[in-house]
Design a protein around this ligand. Structure first.
Ligand code: IPE
Ligand code: IPE
Ligand code: MG
Length: 250
């Protein structure tokens, strides 16, 4: 979309592009089933959509894209399906190691990586190290893997409690900004816009702390069919919202 950042609203105020967009990449299974394909084919198509949408976000000037790839609850699925998802992630990371420097993409992971297979964890570590050496101003994709909003909060609380026990922190100094620093998203602004495709109207444990004042956009489109035009619609919907943050519009 051309000149999205330059758009003006009726009062002549610049309508801002979200700096941070978060997406629950849902509907892969239904997309495949509708076509008589195995669910894993839906995940493959969904991975392609992720590549396209990440590139598009980077091109239009979004700074952060956070995607929900695998939740703490998704282990309930068959070993075949879980294995296929992990295989696709591995393939993406292998590609990323070679291309992120050239494509100016930083890559981070949100979630508890401890139960993730060592090979995949090593690749995530490699992309993390490359990201450390890339300029902060580059576009950044955050992939939520074995991520749950409640789990993220619990891990943060545990670390804060440990820091208190070690004498590094005092309970009474904890405020929202300090607590944000204990989360996987530390240093990253909260998402202005959260998108969920596939017609489901819930968060499914996504970014529970960070979503306090996010705008939500729901669409029936299934994730593998999600395209740039749909993202433009979501951004346009966001730009038409009146964000008051509890105040009163003057
Ligand atoms: C999202 O698609 C991908 C993951 C949760 C890993 P789904 O696999 O949940 O697709 P549906 O919701 O069954 O259609
Ligand atoms: C949320 O989708 C998790 C991801 C997209 C990775 P789910 O398909 O797991 O969520 P529910 O089960 O419909 O709530
Ligand atoms: Mg689903």
């Amino acid at each position: 979309m051309a000149n999205m950042q330059d758009k003006k609203d009726t009062a002549g105020q610049a309508v801002r592009l979200p700096r941070h967009i978060a997406i629950i990449m849902d509907g892969n299974g239904r997309w495949a089933t509708k076509r008589g394909l195995p669910r894993t084919a839906g995940h493959k198509a969904g991975a392609e959509t992720f590549r396209r949408i990440a590139t598009y976000c980077k091109d239009i000037g979004v700074k952060y894209l956070t995607v929900y790839a695998f939740s703490t609850e998704n282990w309930k699925r068959s070993t075949e399906e879980v294995g296929a998802i992990m295989g696709l992630l591995k393939r993406y990371l292998l590609e990323a190691v070679d291309s992120m420097e050239r494509d100016h993409i930083r890559l981070r992971f949100f979630g508890d990586m401890t139960p993730i297979a060592p090979e995949l964890r090593a690749l995530a570590h490699a992309t993390d190290e490359i990201s450390d050496h890339l300029p902060e101003g580059y576009f950044q994709a955050n992939v939520c893997l074995n991520y749950g909003g409640r789990d993220e909060i619990l891990r943060g609380v545990r670390q804060f409690a440990a820091d208190c026990a070690a004498g590094k922190r005092r309970p009474e100094e904890l405020d929202e900004a300090m607590f944000s620093g204990y989360l996987d998203s530390r240093g990253i602004p909260d998402p202005e816009l959260i998108i969920r495709p596939s017609g489901e109207l819930r968060l499914s444990n996504f970014l529970l702390w960070q979503c306090a004042y996010s705008e939500f956009y729901f669409t029936d489109v299934l994730w593998p069919d999600f395209d740039a035009a749909e993202l433009d619609r979501a951004i346009a919907a966001y730009q038409a919202r009146d964000r008051r943050f509890g105040g009163v519009k003057k």
